[in-house]
Ligand binder design. Structure first.
Ligand SMILES: [Zn+2]
Length: 271
């Protein structure tokens, strides 16, 4: 493995849970995706493992699968992020939340820097009418990290996200998993070149090197962000997969750090 020469690496895609429920949450996610849950799913564990791998900052999130969970999860992520500047907290919202505008204001005032949406776990189509008022409120304010892609459902398909990008041109979006988890062969082209970021999480272990390189370079290295999908996989292996792509030093620097730094500098100042 190539030696890490990057003092600052930002991992834009991690999930954490309160200590009490972390073990249960991990079993649920592991079963849903049939993937190994290598870690504990807590903020403390993320810091330890991330530090060992040489990662300096982490976007942390947790997704509300019911309306009732929304305020508590936002409070939890905000309290963890406020205690350690290595965390960048992303909030959650639900399509059926009764007063989303108010909660989005609260998310901003809590110091959260974005929103994580997981349409498959939250059971909504990305382009459903129920979400449009929420996108409208977030447009130009907070970035949205979308889980994208599922072979078994159509909730988070790349095309549905493309429909939203066409409608809300000021939306700052990150499409996780290089634009479509495990649908790269059939739908991977849909988001390439669009006005959004792609993250590398849960992708590089499935894609062959040439395919991954082609997605990253066609989309543009200025719009790709490094992510590990903690607590899934291992931070070290995710970084190893990334370095094995053989991108140039400059490309590595942009994807591991600079693009995320610029994105968050830009959006922080919107508050
Ligand atoms: Zn995720």
């Amino acid at each position: 493995m190539k030696q890490l020469t990057y003092p600052n690496i930002i991992d834009v895609h991690t999930h954490i849970y309160p200590e009490k429920i972390a073990a249960k949450a991990l079993v649920n996610i592991g079963n849903y995706y049939n993937v190994p849950m290598r870690c504990k799913g807590t903020a403390e564990d993320l810091l330890i493992l991330g530090t060992q791998a040489g990662i300096s900052k982490f976007v942390i999130s947790s997704v509300a699968t019911t309306v009732e969970q929304v305020p508590a999860i936002n409070n939890f992520i905000a309290s963890v992020a406020s205690r350690n500047s290595r965390f960048i907290g992303f909030g959650t919202i639900h399509p059926d939340f009764p007063d989303p505008e108010k909660e989005i204001q609260r998310i901003i005032s809590l110091g959260l820097k974005g929103i994580k949406l997981h349409p498959d776990c939250q059971k909504f189509y990305v382009d459903t009418a129920r979400m449009l008022p929420i996108y409208e409120k977030l447009e130009g304010k907070l970035p949205i990290l979308f889980h994208v892609g599922d072979r078994r459902t159509d909730y988070s398909s790349p095309q549905r996200l493309a429909n939203i990008l066409d409608k809300f041109t000021g939306l700052i979006c990150i499409a996780a998993h290089l634009g479509g988890y495990r649908v790269w062969e059939t739908q991977g082209h849909i988001l390439i070149g669009k006005n959004l970021y792609l993250d590398t999480s849960s992708s590089l272990m499935f894609l062959d090197r040439q395919k991954a390189l082609s997605i990253i370079r066609k989309h543009g290295v200025d719009k790709v962000l490094f992510g590990t999908d903690y607590p899934v996989w291992s931070r070290k292996e995710e970084l190893q997969h990334f370095f094995e792509l053989g991108l140039t030093e400059e490309e590595n620097y942009k994807i591991l750090y600079l693009n995320a730094k610029k994105l968050f500098t830009k959006t922080y100042s919107c508050e």
